[in-house]
Design a binder for this molecule. Sequence first.
Ligand code: PEP
Ligand code: MN
Length: 347
Amino acid sequence: MVVVMSPDATTADVDAIVTKVQSTGGEAFVSRGVERTIIGLIGDVEQFRGLNLRAMRGVEDVHRISDPYKLVSRQHHPARSTVYVGDRRVPIGPDTFTFIAGPCAVESAQQTIEAATMAAAAGATLLRGKAFTPRTSPYSFPGLGIDALKILAQARDSTGLPVVTEVVDVAHLDVVLEYADLLQIGSRDMTNVALLQAVGAAGKPVLLKRGIQSTVEEWLMAAEYVAQRGNLDIVLCERGIRTFEQSTRNTLDISAVPVVQAASHLPVIVDPSHATGRRDLVVPLARAAMAAGADGVVVDVHPDPEQALYDGAQSLAGTELRALASAVRQLPALLGRAAAAPTVTPR
Ligand code: PEP
Ligand code: MN
């Protein structure tokens, strides 16, 4: 069951409900979103009914949810959510189209600052880049770690773009939190429950990539683990799934965009770079994402893709980046969305 609090409910109102539920031996998970607080209840539904929670102060509604994910379900939350990132409060949600760009991973200060400058010039409002990089091959370069986080902070200072970076281990979470504005959970980690719970409790928005072999329902249940720890600021990212097709690295499941939007109130963006591994396909699939109603895209850019240590074959520069910038400027507007300009005036 889910208790939806009214927008003006106080902390004391929420605490009173949690205490009441716990008094019956049930568990209550409080998730504070931008607009309202939602409390997911686990336990005996009949017993919860007897508590008459609907009559308690600050309660707007009490629902029984049939989905296996509750807090992220759209069943009790028909309005789609917007997640705000960083000091600039860059929105990701239904009214805007958010363009995220940056290097696959931080290789050096110069490469990262140049990629960030390219991203900003192309109209991106968030900078991506990995410091800790799980690789498919154990012989691939594993990333610069904490030094990379410092470089990302430098790039944020010089461009003003808030930073999206991946957290791969609970042990790194504290240090990543010092630098990141949006915490990415990569495809390989979507089923890492301990990590999902840790970022759920960390107090920063989360970008949750779809597992390469995961169904939409499994993906939403992963999001539910984050939400259960009190964080509803979750952005989902479709990044392709493994199929029999060999011409692209993975198969971008574009239908997942409207499927997820019907099932969940969370924003969903698309990563055409990691889905395909092919630069020539990034712009067409980014356009497809816009047309399908995605709330944004995230793409790899690199000042010198030929020399990139990571994912050079999919990294944009020059002509392709200009083509994407132009699509981002023009297409979302035709579909009734604004570019995701910061809601706070940049410093
Ligand atoms: C990435 O975003 O850098 C990445 C490796 O993506 P994924 O986890 O989707 O493979
Ligand atoms: Mn990559």
